[in-house]
Ligand binder design. Structure first.
Ligand SMILES: [Zn+2]
Length: 490
């Protein structure tokens, strides 16, 4: 049954973003005649051999009201559709963490630039252009909401009551442990019904943010929505062990005169790696180089400043342990990169987006470092299928790197010989299976809805939940998979 077929009066939840697996995230909760949108993300999919990236966005809700839009955090699969969503539902208040809003000021203009480039590229190459999730006008209008009553920027932990049109409702926010600023939300309706929406979560500590299991007092919700990205993946080793292996690879590479490249997501991952790498650098005498979107912008407004703290970044730079590649003055930035390649900084660990080595400055570093045996590449997160990162990890040898040339109006292919060592370390910002299960054991919801997961991971997660609840002699919640636009009646 489609969302639109339901009457206004019914209470229901529907996952509207993801047609399958992990992609655009958006939940719609309709309760006591009010409508709440949980996240507004975009989904990206690369099809092998197809040069255009497919983009998915949630369809517009018709016939249903939206009183409130809550954005849990800045990752594009949760926030990449926010400017359009805010424009589509002009009557709704928008609530989001202030740190996430600051990071979006860097990420959304970049996302817009990439989506317009992909659009042009598709037209020039004769393909159907991908969806452009928002226009420049919508982006400007969204940022202009700052300081108006329509946008409420929160700092966890906090509580909001009696929002416009939502008299008698209570919204509590707590760090989700996923990344700096990211929140989980507890919603209490005027009739006392409660909903615990985890959003993306981690119970293990990361270098830049502490893990969270269940915030105190959030137990026994009537309804709980959890992500289960790694529902099928048990944790293999504590993070401290991963960093030990990281240290061993870095030391070994530096001993043989090589350099280390860590391709990383600009948000969260880069700061985590820089934090640990600069600590090791102090111990072993090497410099960490940070490049790409995370170091773009004015001091204090850069992603790395927001995540690590402006003062800490300034101190690391001053002490010579961290070099930020200049993103504003392009020739100065290129001179710094050349100096790194010439060995002027001595042994280095380079941390740069993108994580896939397909876009951004990590593809530049990859072209220079991959061909030499003495170097090493350490992948620092999810390895996307069919990406350059996956090819380097799985097969090595000749890898074809592609980029679209506007000047020549075609895709330029460049063969790069991957002769160096390639490692993949899981430094996930998402909970593994054990944390995802432990949270449910502690929270004990009546109904559990699972989303942001693959079919395989969902099945493995539910099996593991059954085993753990059986072992503890506890009654299992009613568990449901949040299928795309499937209505779950409450
Ligand atoms: Zn996330």
């Amino acid at each position: 049954m489609a969302v639109t077929e339901l009457t206004q009066g019914g209470n229901f939840f529907s996952q509207r973003g993801e047609p399958e697996g992990i992609g655009a995230s958006q939940g719609y909760l309709h309760y006591m005649g009010k409508g709440l949108l949980l996240d507004a993300g975009t989904g990206f999919k690369k099809i092998k051999g197809h040069p255009i990236q497919h983009v998915h966005v949630p369809a517009k809700l018709t016939g249903h009201r939206v009183d409130l839009i809550i954005c849990s955090h800045q990752h594009l699969d949760h926030a990449g559709y926010l400017p359009r969503t805010a424009a589509l539902y002009g009557e709704a208040t928008v609530v989001m963490p202030s740190q996430c809003f600051r990071i979006l000021k860097v990420m959304l203009p970049d996302a817009l630039k990439i989506s317009l480039e992909e659009h042009d590229k598709a037209l020039m190459l004769g393909y159907k252009p991908p969806v452009v999730p928002f226009t420049e006008e919508e982006l400007k209008a969204f940022f202009a909401l700052e300081g108006t009553p329509r946008l409420i920027l929160i700092d966890e932990t906090c509580e909001l009551t009696d929002l416009p049109n939502l008299e008698g409702w209570r919204f509590e926010f707590h760090s989700s442990g996923h990344t700096v600023g990211a929140v989980s939300t507890r919603i209490t309706a005027p009739d006392g019904w409660t909903n615990y929406w985890t959003a993306d979560i981690a119970s293990h500590n990361q270098e830049i943010c502490s893990g969270v299991l269940v915030p105190a007092g959030w137990e026994k919700p009537d309804f709980m929505i959890t992500e289960a990205t790694y529902g099928g993946t048990p944790i293999k080793e504590p993070r401290s062990e991963t960093w030990k292996r990281f240290r061993a690879v870095v030391n070994q590479t530096h001993r043989r005169g090589g350099q280390v490249l860590c391709p990383a997501f600009a948000g969260n991952r880069l700061s985590n790696v820089v934090d640990e790498s600069t600590r090791l650098g102090k111990e072993f005498g090497f410099v960490t180089i940070a490049d790409g979107m995370a170091v773009k912008g004015e001091v204090g407004e850069r992603i790395i400043d927001i995540e690590l703290g402006t003062e800490k970044v300034a101190r690391l730079v001053k002490e010579g342990r961290l070099v930020l590649i200049n993103q504003i003055n392009k020739p100065a930035g290129m001179a710094q990169r050349q100096a790194v390649l010439d060995g002027d900084y001595g042994p280095v660990v380079i941390v740069s987006s993108s994580a896939t080595m397909e876009n951004g400055w990590s593809s530049f570093w990859a072209k220079h470092l991959l061909p030499e045996r003495k170097n090493s590449v350490i992948l620092t997160g999810y390895v996307f299928p069919n990406s350059v990162a996956e090819e380097a990890l799985k097969k090595g040898g000749n890898i074809v790197m592609e980029h679209f040339s506007k000047k020549w109006n075609k895709i330029i292919k460049q063969a790069v010989n991957c002769a160096c060592d390639v490692y993949s370390f899981s430094l996930s910002a998402h909970d593994y299976q054990q944390g995802l299960i432990q949270r449910i054991v502690v929270a004990r919801p009546k109904i559990l809805v699972v989303h942001h997961t693959s079919d395989q991971a969902y099945t493995a997660y539910v099996e593991a939940l059954k085993v753990e609840f059986g072992r503890l002699g506890l009654e299992l919640p009613r568990i449901m998979r949040a299928g795309h636009e499937v209505v779950i009646e409450l």
